[in-house]
Design a binder for this molecule. Structure first.
Ligand code: GTP
Ligand code: MG
Length: 241
């Protein structure tokens, strides 16, 4: 059995509450309001995934499926320098795909099988998972179809993670309906996507703004880590303590 590994976030505090980082053979979710660092986490992990295993990486290539158009490969240069890696190699090892609609998002994933079978890829990130689905199925009457299509996409992500020993990390938005938020407990924030999302995510991490520049990550759901919080910041070199 191929061994699982964990990919670090760039923040030691955050790694600690995850037992090292985001795990392979598993689908994880980071959710939270705008500007708490979801996309910056993905920039950072595009680099850390390429570090040697003994340095908390996976010595692997990375796939980014971008549904929001906010991923900037040039952002990787400063992060690569922080981790003392060659920026050009780092950028070359990130396969960037911009999804235009939800159907295209799923096609991109299905079209990756040959790349994944090379065994070179160790991390797939989807930023954000529901954005295009929400846009493509807006009416109340379309919710069932949206959830059905979303379920197909998520099952594919789970399958790919398990089959190829890959870490899948996806970002998600929070419900803006304050009524729904009230029922979500102390944090008052709940990821969108309902039980279909909850079922697919093995580990769920809530991100929020803290004091000043501080951000807070909280493990909400994990098979092997207790509910715990960690603070982190966003720097030129990516996510850090
Ligand atoms: P949404 O996609 O809008 O939901 O937000 P997000 O959670 O993806 O936030 P994102 O990762 O884009 O984080 C935005 C924050 O990162 C802002 O506060 C920026 O100031 C900060 N940021 C982005 N790039 C840099 C950088 O190069 N240096 C520093 N120091 N901060 C940066
Ligand atoms: Mg973002």
């Amino acid at each position: 059995r191929r061994t699982c590994f964990k990919i670090r976030t760039g923040s030691d505090n955050w790694n600690k509450i995850l037992g090292g980082g985001f795990e392979s053979r598993s689908v994880s979710e980071v959710y939270g309001e705008f500007r708490c660092g979801k996309t910056q986490l993905f920039h950072t992990m595009s680099v850390t995934a390429q570090l040697p295993r003994e340095e908390g990486g996976a010595a692997g290539k990375v796939i980014v499926i971008d549904t929001e158009g906010t991923f900037r490969p040039e952002r990787l240069i400063a992060i690569a320098e922080r981790f003392k890696m060659d920026p050009e190699t780092v950028v070359d090892n990130v396969l960037y795909q911009r999804a235009r609609n939800s159907e295209h998002q799923h096609e991109i994933l299905c079209g990756m099988t040959a790349d994944l079978a090379t065994g070179q890829y160790r991390l797939i990130m989807v930023d954000s998972i529901l954005n295009l689905f929400r846009g493509d199925y807006q009416g109340r009457g379309e919710l069932n179809e949206r959830q059905q299509k979303l379920g197909v996409h998520l099952r594919k992500l789970v399958e790919v993670a398990e089959e190829f020993n890959i870490a899948v990390v996806m970002s998600n938005q929070v419900q803006s309906d304050p009524g729904a938020a009230m029922f979500a407990g102390m944090d008052g924030r709940k990821p969108v996507g309902g039980h279909v999302m909850a079922h697919a995510s093995t580990t769920r991490v809530l991100l929020r703004k803290g004091r000043g520049d501080e951000r807070v990550a909280k493990v909400m759901d994990s098979p092997d880590c207790p509910e715990a919080e960690a603070t982190y910041i966003i720097t030129n070199g990516g996510i850090n303590d």
